[in-house]
Write a protein of this length. Structure first.
Length: 116
C-alpha cells in the first residue's frame, strides 16, 4: 500500500543544512566521527587540562567522499568522573553479600579544527 503524500515532505529534506567537513579519529582506543566545535566525553587522557593535541586521523570527509590523512586539532577541556555504578551480588541461603562499585575516569575534549 503506498504511503500517503505529505505536503512539503521533499521540501523538508532539501531544507536540511549540507553536511559540513567531518573527520574520523582514533582516541583512547576508540573511533569517533567528529565535526569542528564538537565536544566529546572519552576515556581519561594522560594530558593536563587545557592541553592542545592532535589525535590520530583515520579519514576526512567533506560530503563528497572520504580522503586519507588530514589534521585535527583538539583541546582537553576538563577531567571528570562518570556516574557511580553500583554492583550488588548475593548468594541466597548462604548469607553471602558483596557490594562494589566504580566511577569511570573521563575527559571532555573539544574539537578545534579540521584540516584536509
Amino acid at each position: 500500500m503506498p504511503r500517503p503524500h505529505r505536503p512539503g515532505a521533499q521540501d523538508e529534506q532539501e531544507a536540511l543544512p549540507p553536511v559540513s567537513d567531518y573527520a574520523v579519529i582514533a582516541l583512547a582506543g576508540k573511533q569517533y566521527r567528529v565535526r569542528e566545535g564538537e565536544r566529546l566525553v572519552v576515556d581519561r587522557l594522560h594530558l593536563d587540562e587545557g592541553a592542545t593535541f592532535s589525535p590520530e586521523v583515520l579519514a576526512v570527509g567533506d560530503g563528497e567522499g572520504l580522503s586519507d590523512g588530514g589534521s585535527v586539532g583538539a583541546t582537553v577541556e576538563e577531567h571528570l568522573l562518570g556516574p557511580k555504578i553500583r554492583i550488588f551480588t548475593y548468594k541466597p541461603k548462604r548469607g553471602e553479600r558483596k557490594s562494589r562499585g566504580h566511577r569511570s575516569r573521563l575527559s571532555r575534549v573539544r574539537i578545534d579544527s579540521i584540516g584536509a
